[in-house]
Structures are given as structure tokens and as C-alpha cells.
Design a protein around this ligand. Structure first.
Ligand SMILES: *Cc1c(COP(=O)(O)O)cnc(C)c1O
Length: 464
């Protein structure tokens, strides 16, 4: 499989190159040259790891020993069961796909655990090292750090918005004492963190000298790893390959739901991909109107992992929407830089055909949905999952099973659970007293020069 850039001006690459490179040199994101079609009949009934092998092999055909890496990433000891992403049925035709049973209790573990194995294996083969530079709104950072802690040849620099994460999220990251993990709290928003990463990566000599890599959802490996559980959820919710289903997905950076779009392109019978935003409703507006208008900054909400005003993976979807015309994508993004918006309302029909529907959920909706899920179905869901369920139910159709993606466990967002139900969410074993553990982080200004100096100082002159 070859990978091309969404901006059309970078040479095609193999998967192994995109894994370590992050953004393409023309500023675009790598996407596979084509989406492989899978034969559903051959996949039903497979274990998670066998299914992952079948879905990932065509994307990662240059990775030696892929099956063994998958076996190591997806173990019952790490994800609580060998289902990895079990399906819970709330009522006939309404399901919850549980993606948040990994080490940091958010769906990002599913992709990160594999990414950790892929990185370690690639670096061991090449005998080189890598400095991961990432930005997190809360869940990516801890999932990455827990997947990469102690891994040889890898150092992690993770930017997080100072004071914007839940206490639990903060503790999950900052309590790691592994010497290869560096938490940098930035005075600013998540978008500011993401901009800093972009700015530093745009300095090609710096990037090469310090061998910077990415774990943010622009990394194709993460998208690919997430495609697997759409297949898993589909087979668990249906008896026949003729049945179409819809997925409801709480969205921020458009990584999770874009994986659903890829699954659909690979032949999975997906009727609707129902995108839910919180009060930061840029993507909802796009799917309703065709206009993409980014806001100056995201507002802080009670589903903080979706507090994003510019969704990085969205460019991959737009690339397909404009029939893979890289020059067109480039000019759209130039327009976005200049005016903060672009208008694809002329492509409304294609947007609908691509399977998307959308809606938004407010703090009040979130609380009401958490209560309703608890009272009607006896399940306690986290605020992000609640956003997905709220919007999913608005688009539910008779005869079409609805699979809502559970993206985090409620224990991560206790404050909102207390507000909704007046009780504490249960903590899985091993998380008691987390916030009281010693924390290790550094506060930095929102300044790329400051960030570069810190990376240089820690990584040393050899960059490794
Ligand atoms: C990251 C995250 C999201 C948003 O997922 P995207 O892939 O960025 O769209 C939703 N919910 C939770 C809990 C998350 O951690």
C-alpha cells in the first residue's frame, strides 16, 4: 500500500515511513492511495486480534511480524477481556460499544497500544530513536504516555492546556515518573498546544535534527487501528451481513468517526455515521450546511476532550469529498488560514452520500442523557459518550441497529457525574488515590521558541 498526501505535493510513501514522519512535507496528511475492500463473510466470528490482522494487513503490508505486534498490543490483561471492545446491548437495537477498558480508560488506548508496539519494533529494526511531540486535550496524552512509557529509543514531549483537564486526567499523566516522559503544561488552550506542535514541526531542520515524531490522530496508524472496532461492533450487533447499522460517535478531532468512514469505504454496511459535537459545534455546522467555519478558540465544556475548534483529521475526509484533488485541498486550507472558513455547500449531495449525519449536545443535554441512561438502562456513561447517545437517538431509525461508541469511562469525569446523579462514579481497580500521587510536569509559555529550547535541552545535542 502506498500513501499519498492530502495536499498532493509530496512523494508517495510506504506505511513504515508515514509512521515515523507524521505530517507530509507539503503540510498535508497521509492517506492510503485506495481503500481495500474486505469480504465480510470471511471475518464474522473472528477474535479481536484476528480481525485486527485482517483489517490492518493491507494498510501495514511493510511491517514485519505484524500479527505478533497485534497479539502483544491487544491482550486481555490490558483491556479487561479478550473481546477488547465488548458490545453491551441497552435495549433491542440500541448498543454501547465499549472502547474505554484500556489502561487510561479512554478509547484512545485502543490505537495507542498498537502504536507503541509499532514504534518500538520500527526503532529496534533501524537502531534509531524518536522524540514524540504531541498535544493533548486530556485523553490522547495519557494514552500515549501509558503506551510509550519505558519504551527504548522513545522520548515523549506532551503539551497539555494548563488548567483545562479534569483532575483525574491530569493525575493520570503527571503522576508518571518514567524518565522518558515529559509533560509540558502550556498556558493556553488545546488549539494553542496543537499550533505549537505544528509550528515546531514546520521547522524542517529542527524536526530532522531531533527526529520528531507524532502520536496525534494525524498518524495514519491510529486511524487504521480504530477501523478494527467498527468491524468488531458490527459483527457483535448483527446476525447477517445484509444488515446495515448506524454508529453514533462523539467527535473532536474527527479521528474516531473518520475511522468509521474508512470502515464504510472498506465495505462495512454502515448506514449513518452520526457525528456528535458538544458546544464547540464547528463539525455539526459543516455537516448541516457544508460551511466550515473555525472559531477563534474552543470554549471549555464538560466534555473537554471534544473542546476543539479545528479538527485535524477532517482534511482527510475533505480530500475525498473533492475527489482527491490535492491542489484543491491546499487552496481550501490556504483560504482557511486567511479567512477562517471555506464553503463546500455546493457538495451537499456528496456529503450526505458519504454517510454523515450530525447534531450537537449541550451541558444540559449531557446531564439529562447521563440520568436517562442510568435510569432506563442501568448504565453510567461519561459526558462524551452521553453527547454521542443524545445525538445518536435523534437520528435513530426503525430497523437500523444503533451502536453508540463509549469513548471514556465515567470515572475520568467525576465532577459531571456528581452534578448529573449526585453520586460518585465507580473507579476500576488500581485507580484509588490517583490524584494524591506525586505529579511531575513543567509549565511553559505559549511560545514555539521556548518549546524548542526545552526539547533541545532535554533531548541533548545528539537529539537522542
Ligand atoms: C478524544 C476523545 C473524543 C474525540 O475523538 P476524536 O477522534 O478526536 O474525534 C471523544 N471522547 C473522548 C473521551 C476522547 O478522549
Amino acid at each position: 500500500m502506498r500513501y499519498v498526501s492530502t495536499r498532493g505535493a509530496a512523494p508517495p510513501r510506504r506505511f513504515g515511513d508515514t509512521l515515523l514522519e507524521g505530517l507530509a512535507p507539503d503540510g498535508g496528511l497521509y492517506v492510503p492511495e485506495s481503500f481495500p475492500r474486505l469480504e465480510l463473510g470471511a471475518l464474522r466470528g473472528k477474535s479481536y486480534t484476528d480481525l485486527a490482522g485482517a483489517v490492518l494487513q493491507p494498510f501495514m503490508d511493510d511491517v514485519p511480524g505484524l500479527a505478533a505486534l497485534i497479539q502483544r498490543a491487544y491482550r486481555a490483561e490490558v483491556f479487561g477481556s479478550d473481546q477488547i471492545t465488548p458490545l453491551a446491548t441497552l435495549e433491542p437495537g440500541l448498543h454501547l460499544l465499549r472502547l474505554a477498558n484500556g489502561p487510561t480508560l479512554a478509547f484512545k488506548d485502543v490505537a495507542m497500544q498498537l502504536l507503541g508496539e509499532l514504534f518500538a519494533s520500527a526503532l529496534a529494526r533501524s537502531g534509531t530513536s524518536l522524540n514524540i511531540l504531541g498535544a493533548t486535550s486530556g485523553d490522547t496524552g495519557s494514552a500515549a504516555e501509558h503506551a510509550l512509557r519505558g519504551k527504548r529509543g522513545i522520548r515523549v514531549f506532551m503539551l497539555s492546556p494548563h488548567g483545562r483537564m479534569s483532575e483525574f486526567q491530569r493525575a493520570q499523566m503527571y503522576c508518571l515518573q518514567d524518565p522518558n516522559i515529559h509533560n509540558l503544561a502550556v498556558r493556553g488552550s488545546f488549539d494553542d498546544c496543537q499550533d505549537l506542535v505544528k509550528t515546531v514541526n514546520a521547522d524542517a531542520p529542527f524536526k530532522a535534527r531531533y527526529r520528531l515524531g507524532a502520536v496525534n490522530s494525524i498518524n495514519w496508524a491510529r486511524v487504521a487501528a480504530q477501523v478494527v472496532y467498527y468491524f468488531k461492533g458490527y459483527f457483535a450487533a448483527t446476525r447477517s451481513d445484509a444488515q446495515a447499522v448506524s454508529f453514533a460517535v462523539p467527535s473532536g478531532n474527527f479521528g474516531n468517526i473518520y475511522a468509521g468512514y474508512v470502515a464504510r469505504a472498506m465495505g462495512l454496511p454502515v448506514r449513518r455515521l452520526i457525528l456528535a459535537t458538544n458546544e464547540n459545534d464547528v463539525l455539526d455546522e459543516f455537516f448541516r450546511t457544508g460551511r466550515y467555519r473555525v472559531r477563534a478558540s474552543a470554549v471549555a465544556t464538560s466534555s473537554p476532550s471534544m473542546d476543539i475548534s479545528r479538527a485535524s483529521n477532517f482534511e482527510r475526509y475533505v480530500f475525498d469529498l473533492v475527489e482527491r484533488d490535492g491542489a484543491r485541498v491546499k487552496s481550501l486550507w490556504q483560504g482557511l488560514e486567511a479567512s477562517g472558513e471555506f464553503d463546500l455547500s455546493a457538495l451537499r449531495e456528496r456529503i450526505v452520500e458519504s454517510g454523515f449525519a450530525s447534531g450537537m449536545s449541550t451541558h444540559g443535554d449531557r446531564l439529562a442523557t447521563i440520568r436517562q441512561a442510568y435510569e432506563r438502562h442501568g448504565v453510567l456513561v461519561d459526558p462524551h459518550t452521553a453527547d454521542g447517545i443524545k445525538v445518536g437517538l435523534e437520528h435513530r431509525e426503525p430497523g437500523v441497529p444503533l451502536i453508540c461508541l463509549e469513548t471514556a469511562l465515567p470515572a475520568k469525569f467525576a465532577e459531571t457525574i456528581r452534578e448529573a446523579l449526585g453520586r460518585e462514579p465507580e473507579r476500576p481497580p488500581g485507580f484509588d488515590g490517583l490524584e494524591a500521587r506525586p505529579q511531575r510536569f513543567e509549565l511553559i509559555e505559549r511560545d514555539a521558541a521556548v518549546l524548542k529550547r526545552r526539547i533541545a535541552a532535554i533531548a541533548g545535542d545528539d537529539g537522542a
